[in-house]
Design a protein around this ligand. Structure first.
Ligand SMILES: Cc1cc2nc3c(=O)[nH]c(=O)nc-3n(C[C@H](O)[C@H](O)[C@H](O)COP(=O)(O)OP(=O)(O)OC[C@H]3O[C@@H](n4cnc5c(N)ncnc54)[C@H](O)[C@@H]3O)c2cc1C
Ligand code: FES
Length: 339
């Protein structure tokens, strides 16, 4: 039986390989043309050390010089020794280029463009083969005919032959203008990826998701994954937007709440003039039960100012969550060819 191993490199690029239970991850990587760092191949030097973000494996045999008991207990492992017992996500501490690999270029066809509100648009791409990524990751999509790329987080689950995205319609923005006024079913679209270290880890404790605006996209992808792989822990989402018209996909969130055991969500609108019952910023709606005394995994995504405000909130309150993952939707630079 072969398992799927995601190799997440230091530069955010992720490559997927198949690794039979009988093979080491290093052997499977080399067979796939990915030269992950390796030296002795014998569990003696430690060159091939990685961190296992999720999954089960047999760590094999090695000496203390290569991997200490303390490191092994924390989740570090040696790829020349480890054999998977489940799908794995491994953090490889070098850039993808050092392993003679990089992000994969793919072609897709625009399937649906859906204007959800004056400020927010969703679109779906049809792919030639199921797209592999970790829920929460993004791809760089080319604005057709321009050679310019913009980063967008998947809002759909991995492994399907369609991929969905949720984008803010920035007036005058290159991709925004294309999607809002030109894109039509059948358009050919190129993208590169997947990338990013903002992805759902194994759910071992309560999860708190904080989304600002279209920062909801990666949360939707994680929730779609959870629908197929129900978590044994509580998951709560606080979704903050600026104005009423920015609040989208609420029916999808209600559906996830009906289908995913332990999942709850609430939204808030910052504009004081809104008639929405919950107003203000996401941090104003965080209750002690959501923070769970710090025994919580936090996933935070949105515009840079919102992400910084939430990070400051946690610093100021002195609560350190067990893990804190965030993604800032930074604007691209005009010269972004393939960020
Ligand atoms: C890792 C990553 C993932 C991302 N995922 C998403 C996603 O899922 N959904 C999404 O909507 N966006 C996402 N973004 C942002 C996205 O990549 C683009 O920057 C954004 O869509 C604007 O692209 P554009 O071509 O329409 O505008 P551009 O032509 O790039 O910009 C036009 C003008 O608008 C300004 N601008 C750009 N972004 C904003 C903004 N948010 N608010 C105000 N002004 C802005 C620019 O500085 C520029 O002056 C992500 C960014 C990163 C880094
Ligand atoms: S290559 Fe030396 S320990 Fe794996």
């Amino acid at each position: 039986m072969a398992f799927r191993v995601a190799l997440n490199f230091e530069d955010g690029v992720t490559r997927f390989i198949n690794c039979p239970a009988t093979d080491t991850v290093a052997d499977a990587s080399y067979r796939a043309g990915i030269n992950i760092p390796i030296d002795c191949r014998d569990g003696a030097c430690g060159t091939c050390k990685v961190f296992c973000e999720s999954g089960k494996y047999d760590g094999g045999s090695y000496i203390e010089d290569a991997l200490t008991d303390e490191e092994a207990a924390k989740g570090f492992a040696l790829t020349c020794q480890m054999r998977p017992k489940s799908d794995l996500v491994l953090r490889v501490p070098v850039p993808s280029s050092a392993c003679k690999t990089g992000p994969v270029k793919q072609k897709a066809v625009m399937e649906v463009v859906n204007k959800l509100s004056p400020t927010t648009i969703s679109f779906t791409l049809k792919l030639t083969e199921p797209v592999k990524f970790l829920p929460g990751q993004y791809v760089n999509i080319e604005v057709p005919g321009t050679g310019q790329y913009r980063a967008y987080s998947f809002s759909s689950a991995p492994g399907a032959d369609i991929a969905s995205f949720l984008i803010r319609n920035i007036p005058g923005g290159l991709m925004s203008t294309f999607i809002a006024s030109q894109a039509k079913p059948g358009d050919e679209v190129n993208f590169i990826g997947p990338s990013g270290s903002f992805f759902l880890r194994e759910i071992a404790r309560p999860v708190l998701m904080l989304a600002g605006g279209t920062g909801l996209a990666p949360m939707l992808s994680m929730l779609a994954y959870m629908e197929a792989n129900p978590p044994a822990q509580k998951v709560h989402l606080v979704y903050g937007v600026t104005n009423d018209e920015d609040l989208v996909e609420t029916a999808a969130l209600d559906e996830f709440a009906a289908k995913i055991p332990g999942f709850t969500w609430e939204a808030c609108i910052a504009n004081p003039a809104s008639a929405y019952p919950r107003k203000g910023y996401v941090t104003q709606h965080l209750l002690p039960e959501h923070i769970n005394g710090g025994d919580v995994d936090v996933y935070l995504c949105g515009p840079p100012a919102m992400v910084e405000a939430v990070r400051k909130y946690f610093t100021d309150t002195g609560v350190t969550p067990v893990s804190f993952h965030y993604e800032k939707f930074n604007p691209s630079s005009p010269s972004d060819k393939a960020a």
